[in-house]
Ligand binder design. Structure first.
Ligand code: HEC
Length: 381
């Protein structure tokens, strides 16, 4: 009769499982007590609430459901006090219990269920620790290195200038597997440290050159964020001047084309190019008469102190009136193009190059000198 009832349907199964459980189980808790008085809390829990269906004995049950349970999993044959022996089985138990699926619904929740699960999870985690390799020692990756340099010395570096790019392992560039170190790389770090500390202290005498290109997907027809009001187009940048000394700057316009035509792009005459450092004007150039046509650039020379300075190259905004062109201007006006019939463009800055220091005199004050509190006796060497 029990057998018949079990095939009626799953809802009925749930309702009568408890009866089947009571009729069919050989009172496992008592049995365990007889064999061994020192049963653990976990073993007692399993015996009381699970073994009725999940045990060797249950395989002989007259109930199909219980036989299925025992076929799938016998818990009396597993060691609950050493889950590391068969972690996969116990993981499965945790999953079923966490999902609230065991004991089957309809049966009362066993008291102490939550504590049982937590203990099981803890034991599984502890058993796993043996198999996790200890964390390897690893070097800083490029980005981490740049941030540490900034924290220590207050200077922002572009790590790509000093170090080769990092490997990626399984999508990570910050794990030990990716951050091994070879003798050549170690040398790279030592050389980088030498250059960066000279930069930080301003004890540099060799001129270096840095090029700044205006992003190619912008227009210079309008005011650019961060620039002084009353200006148009150009470029703003933060440059780290290596030492106190004289610097040279070459400003290249967007030229008329890639066919060697160094004529400046832009039809609107009489524009004035302004160069500023930290908001102070250091030059005001006439776009037409100050152009060195042969070399294709404008030239400015100026003294600067070591450390970071904001450099701005821009035009005085001569006119805010909309252009009277019939054709709408394209937004990427920084392409090198010849004149275009139907368009009148303002001239544009293409790039500029800062070169120096010349006549370097070391550095009296840099952010790093302020950060590091011991006295420096060095001057330029
Ligand atoms: C009334 C009988 C019964 C009791 C009591 C019972 N189970 Fe089950 N268990 C089943 C049945 C039937 C299945 C097979 C159907 C299923 O997977 O839902 C099963 C399946 C499982 C499975 C999945 C096995 C596999 O290989 O997929 C786990 C794990 C499990 N039970 C753990 C437990 C634990 C732990 C307890 C004690 C807290 C428990 N069960 C109590 C009847 C029972």
């Amino acid at each position: 009769m029990m057998k018949k009832l079990f095939v009626i349907g799953s809802t009925a199964v749930v309702a009568i499982l408890s009866i089947a459980f009571m009729l069919d189980t050989p009172a496992p808790a008592q049995e365990a007590k007889g064999k061994n008085a020192q049963v653990s809390e976990a073993r007692r829990f399993v015996n009381t609430y699970c073994a009725g269906c999940h045990s060797q004995a249950a395989k002989a049950s007259s109930s199909e459901v219980i036989r299925e349970a025992a076929r799938k999993l016998t818990l009396d044959t597993l060691n609950v006090d050493n889950v590391g022996e068969e972690p996969e089985r116990w993981e499965l138990v945790v999953r079923k219990l966490r999902a609230g699926m065991m004991p089957p619904s309809g049966l009362p929740r066993p008291p102490g269920l939550e504590a049982f699960i937590e203990n099981l999870e803890g034991s599984l985690d502890r058993a796993l620790v043996k198999h996790i390799p200890p964390p390897g020692l690893h070097r800083l990756n490029r980005n981490e290195y740049a941030h540490v340099v900034e924290d220590l010395l207050g200077i922002q570096i572009n790590p790509a200038k000093y170090l080769p790019s990092d490997d990626v392992v399984r999508g990570f560039d910050n794990i030990a597997a990716a951050l091994t170190i070879s003798p050549a790389l170690l040398e790279g770090y030592v050389t980088a440290a030498g250059k960066i500390s000279r930069l930080a202290l301003g004890s540099i005498t060799q001129p270096v050159q840095e090029t700044f290109r205006v992003p190619e997907d912008t227009s210079q027809d309008y005011h650019i964020e961060g620039m002084p009001f009353g200006t148009r187009g150009g470029m703003i940048t933060e440059h780290w001047f290596p030492a106190d000394g004289d610097y040279k700057m070459e400003i290249h316009p967007i030229s008329k084309g890639n066919m060697g035509n160094t004529g400046q792009f832009g039809e609107i005459p009489g524009e004035k190019l302004e160069v500023l450092m930290d908001g102070e004007r250091i030059a005001l150039l006439d776009w037409t008469s100050d152009y060195d046509r042969r070399n294709g650039h404008y030239k400015v020379e100026f003294p600067a102190a070591a450390g970071p300075h904001t450099v701005v190259v821009t035009f005085l905004a001569t006119n805010y009136a909309p252009g009277s062109d019939l054709n709408k201007h394209f937004l990427r006006s920084t392409l090198e193009t010849g004149g275009l019939p139907g368009f009148r463009f303002y001239p544009h800055v293409g790039k500029f190059v800062i070169d120096g220091p010349y006549n370097a005199t070391g550095a009296k004050d840099t952010p790093a000198r302020r950060k590091l509190s011991f006295p420096f006796t060095t001057s330029a060497k």
